[in-house]
Design a protein around this ligand. Sequence first.
Ligand code: ADP
Ligand code: MG
Length: 253
Amino acid sequence: MNKTVLHLDKIQKSFGGLRALADVNLNIEEAKTHAIIGPNGAGKSTLLNVCVGRLIPDSGHATFDGKDITGKDPHEITQMGIARVFQTPEIFPDLSLMDNVMLPALSKRDGSFKFNPFATMRTQNDIRDEAVHILQDVGLDKFLDKEAGSLSRGDKRRLELGMCLILKPRLLLLDEPTAGMARHDTNQTIELLKKIKERGMTIVIIEHDMHVVFSLADTVSVLARGKIIAGGTPEEVREDPIVKEAYLGGAHE
Ligand code: ADP
Ligand code: MG
């Protein structure tokens, strides 16, 4: 077994009377791609929010690289090496693509994630070079000076991925990165994620498109009504009667 990068131990989270996560245990192994699937409302986004410190679990622990990150500040968690692409793209629409990709790196330097205007010229130049590289990687290098707000939905998602990559995370969390994308955009995203994966990045991907799951995932966990109900390789999970029942019996995504 590979080294565990992220470990979730009996995570519970309720919203009022609604139990969004019930005793969730999960092991994410280094350099693997782990997909989390499940019907709408299963608790998938809530789970990622717990991992990045946007939500504090009612009980249970999250450990990253052997360190307890439960209840830590989101900035601190990003600083430790976890980056996340949210379900709704969070970009700066009025800024250029270059500025969007450079900003996270410029703000990371002093640890506060506030923009640091005193970053040395040398550092700024390095970050600029790196940003160009990353925009090439995500296939947006034709639009370096374009306003981010004018991009298509698929391109916005790729830009957000670029904003994560410049932070050089050890763990990348993706919440439905292909949602609402046309097949062509989805396929481009699959190729991009394959490339990132080949470089040894550990990836957790929430995904409802089984074509994406089968193209990328080494392991799949199935979440339904806040519980992990099945897990294994994509093939194992597809044939699991419990999984079929969860999808057919519950809300369809
Ligand atoms: P998924 O991402 O699997 O579709 P979510 O994690 O977004 O599911 O939501 C799980 C359940 O928790 C849903 O029933 C949802 O309505 C509820 N929920 C999520 N976030 C909140 C919140 N901030 N306040 C109240 N209920 C929430
Ligand atoms: Mg969700």
